[in-house]
Design a protein around this ligand. Structure first.
Ligand code: ADP
Ligand code: ASP
Ligand code: MG
Length: 457
């Protein structure tokens, strides 16, 4: 029996969080944990900012911007480790600081190397946190050992958003982790990072530690992948928008994947895929309330008919509408249209079509100018920036007639577009203007979960 325990940035934010984490792992030692950890909260952002400053040629300023990050790690180590071990960690941080200074200089001097250097620089966040956590666990009486994730997760060289390669990743993960488990030691790996087969550091995309945890869990065929964060599981809506949102006890893989994809930040969108293949359950737990059971994600959800599970939303979306009479009764039009997005490696999220127009939404509008000029050869193009997608999710939607009426009654004065019900019938999705998304989500939450809110009073 083995369990992945992945801890996010807030779970390692300071000495108190680290000590709490150590007690969570110690009390679950019989699960044979493999720990995957994010950088301390805010650290990846700081490392990214240093690369932006270096790219402007300001290498000294870039270095200066990281000094508080180094100090924070050393001070945290002082607070949770014995002086000798804290000192050893401080020496490692100082060595790393001069390595990073050298990398930032290269970053400024050689623009062509920036993609690779970018990943090498930001990977230090997880390298620091995993080294520190392994030391903290050992001092707390939990035998543990840092394992470099770059020796386990083999990826392509698509820097900033690298894709893991199989079967190499599974083989190397087993080869690096099993010997540590066999010594009754807890392996501690940094999430988010990997390496190409020739050893160049890569990263898996922002929030990617959840994905690392799932990949390692699939390689080891663990019993459960636990994602420890700062809220009790997946909530019925983003708690920053709906403070009264409550924990969803159980979700199917499909429900969790839809919610993650459409903005529930608590789970990286790619986390579910590796778990599905071996039917590994994923549990989202709260490191501030470790005894609460959180959300269990597995093949079967508990479904009451005519109910939904949660509402996700994501802002910063652009919608594109292409109108052309050529679409009428013609084939080949949609292929030509989607080939444009293919050529620009741009992911399309939601799509709706009518007889003469196609509307779709994009997260990533970086290639939009070239996309528009190519689309204009197919028809009239209309772009709306500053949009948001709202996604109402639940297996119960399959039998829920009147869902659209209920949604639109609740937000009748808010204009909506791109209305779509996914082919799996477990989501109902539409777009609204970004400035109205919080109001819309709050009203929908009240509409769908008011009984629960009343019974909780
Ligand atoms: P971690 O650093 O542990 O990976 P994240 O910040 O990535 O944590 O994800 C947790 C955060 O996700 C929560 O603090 C919450 O603000 C946000 N969030 C957004 N939507 C949801 C949701 N539906 N359920 C739970 N949390 C959500
Ligand atoms: N540290 C990385 C980030 O902030 C990965 C993660 O936390 O999951 O994006
Ligand atoms: Mg996260």
């Amino acid at each position: 029996m083995t369990t992945i325990m992945k801890f996010g940035g807030t779970s390692v934010a300071d000495a108190a969080a680290l000590k709490n984490l150590a007690s969570i792992v110690r009390s679950r030692f019989e699960l044979r944990p493999v720990v995957v950890v994010s950088a301390m909260s805010g650290v990846t952002d700081s490392l990214l900012t240093s690369t932006v400053i270096a790219a402007q040629g300001q290498v000294d300023e870039a270095n200066q911007s990281l000094q508080s990050l180094f100090t924070r790690h050393k001070m945290t180590a002082n607070e949770c480790l014995s002086p000798e071990i804290a000192n050893a960690f401080a020496i490692e941080v100082d060595c790393a600081a001069s390595t990073i200074a050298g990398l930032l200089k290269l970053f400024a001097d050689y623009p062509s190397l920036q993609p690779e250097l970018h990943d090498t620089i930001v990977s230090w966040g997880e390298t620091f946190s995993s080294k520190l956590l392994a030391m903290v666990l050992s001092e707390a009486g939990v035998k543990s050992q840092q394992v470099d994730a770059r020796g386990c997760i083999v990826t392509n060289d698509n820097y900033t958003c690298a894709l893991p390669l199989m079967p190499e990743t599974f083989e190397r993960t087993l080869a690096n982790i099993l010997p540590v488990l066999d010594q009754d030691s807890v392996p501690v790996l940094g999430g988010f990072i990997g390496a190409t087969s020739d050893g160049r550091t890569t990263t898996l995309g922002r929030g990617g530690s959840d994905y690392s945890a799932a990949i390692i869990g699939a390689a080891l065929r663990v019993d459960e992948i636990q994602i420890w964060t700062d809220v009790t599981g997946v909530l019925t809506a983003d708690p920053r928008v709906v403070p009264e949102a409550h924990t969803v006890e159980r979700l199917s893989y499909a429900e969790a994947a839809e919610l993650a994809y459409f903005g529930a930040k608590v789970l990286h969108p790619k986390t579910i895929q590796p778990a599905i293949e071996d039917s590994i359950s994923v549990r989202i737990c709260n490191s501030r309330a470790p005894d609460e059971s959180g959300t269990l994600v597995c093949a079967q959800s508990i479904t009451a008919p005519r109910t939904i599970k949660a509402i996700a939303h994501k802002s910063g979306v652009t919608t594109v509408q292409v109108t052309s009479a050529r679409m009428l009764g013609a084939y080949g039009f949609l292929r030509a249209l989607f080939e444009v997005f293919d050529r620009h490696r741009t992911v399309v999220d939601v799509v709706t079509t009518s007889e003469v127009s196609v509307s779709l939404s994009l997260d990533d509008a970086r290639s939009l100018p070239s996309i528009i000029s190519e689309l204009e050869t197919l028809g009239t193009v209309r772009i709306d920036r500053g949009q948001a997608i709202i996604c109402v999710v639940g297996e119960g939607l399959k039998e829920m007639s009147g869902i659209a009426a209920k949604v639109f009654n609740a937000i009748e004065d808010i204009p909506v577009s791109l209305i779509s019900q996914g082919a799996s019938s477990i989501n109902f999705t539409f777009a609204v203007a970004e400035e109205q998304v919080h109001e819309a989500v709050s009203r929908l939450h009240h509409e769908f979960f008011k009984e629960k809110a009343i019974s909780a009073v």
